[in-house]
Write a protein that binds this ligand. Structure first.
Ligand code: XMP
Length: 506
């Protein structure tokens, strides 16, 4: 296991992903929450930071339990931190040091084994190490950065000014591998299969004969969490799948069938009417979300009480959610949208929480899912928001509007699948606009609804860009929608990126 000490760099998660890609397990901890017991860690990586080591409020953790005890890779701020507090000199740099650079004068050290002279590396810093600590040894330089890499032999510390974790550092993965495997002696045994196997065993041990309740959504995370728990405790896992009446066309029945087919002990609860009644007349996006969140909790709680003697609540929380909530520098950020599924369940459900995916990134969840034999169509499914079509029907919601949007969405998504486009897209859907416009069908004047189509590429939903769908596809799909869905006479395509737009319209 590797410990990544986070000084607040925007790239810290990326370091973790690269380490995991090498099939080595790692954990991120904020610099100010160093675990008391470090025995499980065989190596430590110090991340970058937006701070300058010279500033008063710069992170300044006590590394005495680590230095000299474990191999350390210090990246960017991490390297400056080591240099600064070991007798070196860190100062603002005269030239800007952002973006690509060529690494030269590379020393013949195991750390750089297989890394060619002049390989491209990525820099992003405004301070620079002017002089190295007396006992440090220079390992490489770039044109602008004399001390681009160094080592402190007796403490097994490697410091690098560039970022090995970013894609633009060509040999970044090799450098991480050299450090972790050759120097720190870690084994590359952390695979999806191994994860599934040990997790199932751990869950079995932890839960014993207790009953667990879990809310399924049809999404990747809750499905994989359910299958892991199911393999551990079988019928003691009670899954609840709620139809809020705002799902995609046929989704409730199809997904329920699929869950049953997978052997899960699942109860489908059709609460559509409750949700739609409660939403009646409400046009404000945040209020719609709150109503849906509230009704969901009521319905779920009712169902949960029917499972006698349940002790645990299973959840599909994944690693980015966990890191977000403990991030060293992540202060409270503005609420753009109140995602109702973040924020926890009411405390009257006095259950212990079990989160089998808590240490995984999204792509790892998918790979674990595949190794558990979950069908590709479930694992490759686009993200779908908890409030469902409610936030894609702009303005107030009626059962008729839901039906129109379900039909439009169905034609669009099926079209993407049929044209082989679905898997190239991160998320797609249709939006029903509160707009009517004039059209002509046959000899008749029409005055009907307008729908927008949205398809975006993204890696995490934080930023996104619209997809350049082929014109032939758009032509065909627009025709199909208007011909097949009564009440719609106009289709438009959303060409806004995020930021400044968001993916959903509400
Ligand atoms: P935005 O619209 O904020 O969406 O760019 C980013 C991602 O989050 C999803 N989303 C939600 N998911 N409850 C959810 O569970 C919500 O209220 C919600 N709002 C947005 C959105 O579908 C996209 O994947």
């Amino acid at each position: 296991n590797v410990l990544i000490l986070d000084f607040g760099s925007q790239y810290t998660q990326l370091i973790a992903r690269r380490v995991r890609e090498l099939n080595i397990f790692c954990e991120i901890k904020p610099y100010n929450a160093l675990p008391a017991d470090l025995s499980q860690y065989k190596a430590v990586i110090l991340s970058g930071s937006p701070f300058s080591v010279r500033s008063e409020d710069a992170p300044h953790p006590d590394l005495s339990q680590i230095r000299g005890h474990k191999p350390i890779l210090a990246v960017c701020y991490g390297a400056q931190y080591i240099a600064h507090f070991s007798g070196g000199n860190v100062a603002p740099s005269n030239t800007r040091e952002y973006g690509r650079a060529k690494l030269a004068h590379i020393a013949p050290d195991p750390f750089f084994k297989g890394v060619p002279e002049n390989t491209q590396v990525w820099m992003s810093h405004s301070d620079t190490i002017k002089t190295l600590p007396a006992h440090a040894e220079l390992l490489a330089s770039t044109h602008d950065v004399a001390n681009a890499a160094f080592k402190i032999q007796e403490e097994d510390i490697y410091g690098i000014q560039f970022h090995p974790e970013v894609y633009h550092t060509k040999e970044g993965k090799r450098i991480l591998e050299n450090f972790l495997v050759t120097i720190a002696g870690l084994e590359q045994t952390w695979t999806p299969d191994a994860f599934a196997e040990t997790t199932v065993a751990e869950l079995r041990e932890k839960i014993g004969n207790d009953k667990v309740i879990l809310g399924l959504s049809g999404g990747v995370d809750s499905t994989v969490a359910a299958v892991l728990l199911h393999q551990a405790i079988g019928k003691h896992l009670h899954c609840i799948f709620v139809n809020n009446g705002l799902l995609r066309k046929n989704e409730f029945q199809e997904v329920l069938d699929q869950y049953e087919h997978m052997g899960l002990n699942v109860k489908g609860v059709d609460a559509s009417k409750l949700f739609l009644d409660a939403l009646k007349g409400e046009a404000d996006p945040e209020k719609k979300r709150k109503i849906i969140g509230r009704i969901f909790i009521d319905v779920f709680d009712d169902e949960a009480h029917k499972v006698e003697d349940a002790k645990w609540l299973g959840q599909g929380t994944i690693y980015p959610d966990v890191i977000e909530s403990v991030s060293a520098t992540g202060g409270p950020s503005a609420t753009i949208k109140s995602h109702h599924n973040v924020g926890g369940l009411p405390d009257y459900m006095k259950l212990k929480v079990v989160e089998p995916l808590k240490m995984l990134f999204k792509d790892e969840v998918r790979r674990v899912g595949a190794s558990l034999g979950i069908p590709d169509e479930r694992l490759g499914r686009h993200p779908f928001p908890g409030p469902g079509l409610a936030i894609r029907i702009l303005g107030d919601i009626t059962p008729e509007k839901v039906e129109i949007l379900q039909e439009v969405d169905h034609v669009f998504i099926k079209g993407l699948v049929d044209w082989g486009l679905y898997d190239q897209i991160w998320q797609a859907g249709a939006i029903l606009l509160p707009v009517q416009s004039v059209g002509v069908m046959g000899d008749e004047r029409t005055y009907e609804k307008c729908v927008a189509l949205r398809a975006v590429e993204s890696t995490d939903g934080m930023t996104a860009d619209w997809v350049h769908l082929p014109y032939e596809f758009m032509q065909k799909i627009s025709n199909d929608i208007i011909n097949k869905v009564p009440g719609v006479n106009r289709v438009v395509y959303d060409i806004s990126s995020k930021p400044p737009a968001t993916i959903e319209w509400e």
